[in-house]
Design a protein. Structure first.
Lengths: 309, 332
């Protein structure tokens, strides 16, 4: 009796129900929602604080301590909520929230691109099979074992200086990012292709495109959503890493990774650890929030994902 | 063992093909660029005559295909630029010649490689140990405090970028507690103790982060393994718990762990590059980043291909170990 009742509840409804019961997924959802609001409203928040990310406040620095900010907690005050940047005295709160905006923007765009490309590549490989599948699988193996970070750094030399770096960053991250999803979707779709309903759709004369979009895609939405959510923290980290190495978002656009890189000298000497801690905490929160949410989504859809085959 | 021999030959041949395809792709991408290496080398004032000379000397006046073949030949047999007294030799394996630095790329790489390799290898050993043992402990104490702790470490590890954790470690252990050196690299040949002492923090930082996915994998794999029939059989035959877990259970865990390790090799190199920057060590990453800044194409191409070859070879080794551990792979 109870099973027939459960059968009438739609899978989406069931998923939402499980989501509400999962504590860490709820925490992740709240953190992510908060971060998205902060990132979206960043320019507004900065104006609300009465600051911007570019004005120098030399008067707030202490020349006796190598131009570290005066006062405790990196010079935090009612006007500069997170204190100021050492050496320049720029408002750290503005830099952190605008940096978060940069990070999330790049991560979300890359996730959208890689999800679309990866899903299409994976499904088509499973559906058409043959040499197309063989070539694609080899390509995926190849992209997987590749020292991606080295290549991402190296590509900086190929692209002319006037080409916008944020766009390059998105293209490079996308180029390497779609492989993981494509492989997973290919493997999942292959087992679907052999099922009766796909056979039935084919036998009534549905075109390949129809089978892919009407039969295969709806059955793969769960895994796609899970992988996409779990991919976002990876891209946030990757963007930060490239900016940290000095080959990501160029100044003056605020970037969490670059701020953390700038803080190295102040960490070695212990002169201003807060310059690391504020951007670092924001980056950590962003990655953690999306990871928790992704784990939650995975449990909700009950998808078993293993990195090994 | 003819099966295993065939397996080895097949894999070796496959790896060579991939290297060849990769080198061609990299060469085409990087030599299609607007920045002309000859232009940078020719100095100021750069007359058309001198530019032509520089191009000829650097062998840039030949066709792209010819240049690529020269490059391949250099790796196998070395090459010489120019002739007479002005000739510049680049001994095999020659991964190109950096005219701005006036040194063969291979020498530049071998100068820096020990730093990056020290970080990467030490960290890999540590994380495999950490990851597998914590994963086994978590599986055996399923649901108890140790399990929750291990799963928590795994989550924190997945969520922390390596450079962030590295800087936090410097702040806490290097600066506040003053326990470990905060930066710098000491060659192994100079003083093995100082070498290890300077690398302890980078190793642990990188290992903790990467260990996370190994904890997760080992835990779930071990839980699955312990439910299989042959484990029950082993127990029924009176094998002790330690023997059941360590000899029988662990064998099933090792194969997926090695597969994962093969996939992580590229990431290992990336992690080492980030870590060397955090700890101010001038390794391969530093060489590459400054070459990009100075538009030194030869170094960029050389380092990129060299690291790609390294990963392909390391993957080959992982494949072979995999084949030996799990006979199904080589026979299949």
């Amino acid at each position: 009796m109870s099973s027939s009742v459960a059968g009438t509840v739609s899978p989406t409804r069931q998923a939402m129900r499980r989501m509400r019961r999962d504590r860490s997924a709820r925490v992740g959802l709240v953190v992510v929602a908060l971060l998205i609001v902060i990132a979206a409203a960043a320019p507004l928040l900065v104006r609300l604080a009465g600051q911007d990310a570019t004005t120098y406040h030399i008067d707030l620095l202490d020349p006796a301590r190598g131009n570290a900010p005066r006062g405790a907690i990196g010079g935090a005050s009612g006007t500069h909520w997170f204190g100021v940047e050492p050496l320049t005295g720029r408002d750290l709160f503005s830099i952190v929230v605008l940096g978060l905006r940069t990070s999330l923007f790049i991560a979300v765009v890359v996730t959208l691109i890689t999800t679309v490309v990866g899903t299409l590549a994976g499904i088509s490989a499973a559906y058409f099979g043959g040499w197309y599948d063989a070539v694609l699988s080899r390509l995926l193996d190849f992209l997987f074992g590749f020292p991606q970070l080295v290549f991402m750094i190296a590509l900086g030399i190929v692209v002319p200086a006037r080409f916008p770096r944020w766009l390059l960053l998105i293209l490079v991250l996308s180029f390497f990012g779609w492989a993981g999803l494509a492989r997973l979707i290919r493997n999942q779709a292959r087992s679907l292709v052999a099922r009766e309903f796909v056979e039935a759709a084919r036998s009534v004369g549905s075109s390949g495109w129809m089978v892919i979009t009407r039969e295969l895609l709806p059955n793969l939405l769960g895994p796609v959503l899970v992988v996409a959510t779990l991919a976002i923290p990876g891209y946030i980290g990757a963007e930060a890493a490239l900016s940290f190495l000095g080959v990501g978002v160029p100044p003056p656009t605020p970037s969490l990774g670059r701020s953390i890189s700038d803080s190295i000298a102040w960490v070695y000497t212990g002169a201003d650890p807060w310059f690391l801690l504020f951007p670092g905490a924001m980056l950590f929160l962003a990655v953690l929030g999306f990871t928790l949410l992704g784990d939650g989504v995975r449990d909700v859809f009950d998808v078993r994902l293993r990195r090994t085959n | 063992m003819p099966d295993l021999v065939w397996f080895l030959i097949r894999r070796l041949f496959g790896a060579l093909l991939v290297m060849l395809a990769l080198s061609l792709a990299v060469y085409l991408i990087f030599y299609a660029i607007p920045a002309d290496p000859a232009h940078l080398a020719c100095g100021k004032p750069c007359t058309p005559d001198r530019l032509e000379q520089a191009r000829h000397f650097m062998q840039l006046d030949q066709s792209t295909l010819q240049q690529y073949l020269n490059f391949l030949k250099g790796i196998v047999a070395g090459r010489t630029f120019g002739d007479g007294t002005a000739a510049v030799h680049c001994n095999a394996p020659c991964f190109g010649y950096s005219f701005p630095l006036a040194r063969p790329v291979t020498t530049l790489i071998t100068d820096r490689l020990p730093i990056t390799a020290s970080i990467a290898l030490g960290a890999a050993v540590l994380w495999l140990l950490f990851g597998v043992s914590l994963g086994v402990i978590a599986a055996l104490n399923r649901g108890r405090i140790l399990d929750r702790l291990a799963v928590g470490v795994a989550l924190a590890g997945v969520s922390t970028p390596s450079f962030l954790l590295g800087l936090l470690a410097i702040l806490v252990f290097g600066f506040w507690l003053n326990m470990v050196p905060v930066n710098g690299y000491v060659p192994l040949t100079e003083s093995p103790v100082d070498w290890a002492w300077h690398l302890v923090t980078p190793w642990i930082v990188l290992a903790i982060l990467q260990a996370a996915s190994y904890i997760r994998l080992t835990r779930s794999q071990m839980l699955e393994e312990l439910n299989l029939d042959y484990i029950t059989t082993a127990r029924a035959k009176g094998a002790g718990e330690a023997r059941v877990v360590l000899t029988h259970g662990l064998r099933g865990v090792l194969v997926p762990v090695i597969t994962l390790f093969g996939l992580d090799l590229g990431g290992l190199l990336g992690g080492a590059i980030l870590t060397e920057k955090v700890f101010s060590m001038q390794g391969l990453g530093d060489l590459l980043i400054s070459a990009v800044g100075q538009l030194d194409v030869a170094v960029v191409v050389g380092v990129t291909l060299f690291s790609a070859f390294l990963i392909i070879l390391a993957n080959l080794v992982v494949d072979i170990v995999h084949g030996v551990l799990d006979p199904r792979v080589s026979h299949g």
